[in-house]
Design a protein around this ligand. Structure first.
Ligand SMILES: O=C(O)CCC(=O)C(=O)O
Length: 285
């Protein structure tokens, strides 16, 4: 996927290898940028202990194929093995139900610098719907696939399309290993149904879409970096062309007053209610 621009690091000023203290919340400017662009990156938000624990749980889950798992062959996106019986057929795309795998994923969601930021951009009262994301993405060498342009809300069912996903890099994420690409501001746009295909992917062969796709930016991440993105922000990713898996933890939050529509898939799983609290004062940061 050829790129136009890399999302600049908003808050890291340390020289290589030097860890800077993480501020407790977004600045006012960062909050505005999130609402304008539909995404924002915070560098080094997760601490090393949590990262190490998540990596250990991920490696164990992959090595022992601990269910629930989504295999590349289940989705058959471009590049994926034809079937589970084909070469590479047991390549894992996602370890599902991250929260049920280890307490560290709950610890992560209630980590004050993360929780404070989510209160600023979503709501002071937050809920994690376990039906969506709540997984560890495991983009493996050789048999991973391309994910076309899409908005995550396409199969979700909530009265307000205002959920936010938290994408935490457990390792390096670059174009070569299939980092995410996003289209700035697309969460505020409305699109005719004809611009999407039957599976609600944003059609790359549509001339108007091509103009918009040309504005894409890539989200290059290092371990501990976090991409926050709105559920209407168009995003895509290529397969992994390196020899190492790319591992990322992805969780989604909603405002407590935006519950899933009854009888929908979004309502079919339990949810985690996060501790309510004050919205941090961005002017102090
Ligand atoms: O890593 C990828 O291939 C894309 C993942 C993605 O877009 C998603 O899970 O919504």
């Amino acid at each position: 996927m050829k790129g136009s621009e890399t999302i600049p690091a908003p808050s890291r000023s340390a020289s290589a290898g030097e860890k800077q203290p993480v501020s407790p919340c977004f600045t006012r400017d960062e909050v505005e940028r999130f609402h304008r662009d539909g995404y924002i990156i915070v560098r080094g938000l997760a601490d090393d202990r949590m990262l190490a624990r998540m990596l250990a749980v991920t490696r164990d889950g992959m090595a022992r194929e601990i269910e629930p798992i989504e295999y590349e062959a289940d989705l058959k996106y471009p590049g994926a093995p034809e079937s589970k019986a084909a070469a590479g057929g047991r390549t894992i795309r996602r370890l599902k139900q991250a929260h049920a795998r280890d307490y560290v994923f709950t610890e992560w969601m209630i980590d004050p610098p993360l929780l404070g930021r989510l209160r600023q951009i979503v709501s002071p009262s937050l809920v994690v719907p376990l039906a969506h994301h709540n997984c560890i993405m495991t983009k493996s060498p050789q048999f991973s696939s391309d994910t076309g342009w899409h908005q995550d809300i396409r199969y979700w069912s909530f009265p307000r399309p205002d959920l936010v996903s938290v994408w935490l890099a457990l390792g390096s994420e670059r174009e070569q290993n299939g980092c995410l690409w996003l289209i700035p501001g697309s969460h505020r746009m409305t699109f005719d149904r004809s611009r999407f295909d039957s599976e609600l992917f944003f059609r790359a062969d549509h001339p108007d879409n091509q103009t918009l796709i040309a504005t894409k930016v890539k989200a290059e991440l290092d371990p501990g970096d976090v991409l926050f993105f709105h559920c209407r922000t168009l995003h895509a990713a290529s397969r992994n062309f390196t020899n190492e898996p790319k591992l990322s933890v992805v969780l989604t939050v909603r405002s407590a007053d935006n519950p899933p529509r009854p009888d929908s898939r979004s309502a079919a799983s339990p949810e985690i209610i996060l501790p309510p609290g004050e919205v941090p004062d961005a002017s102090n940061s």
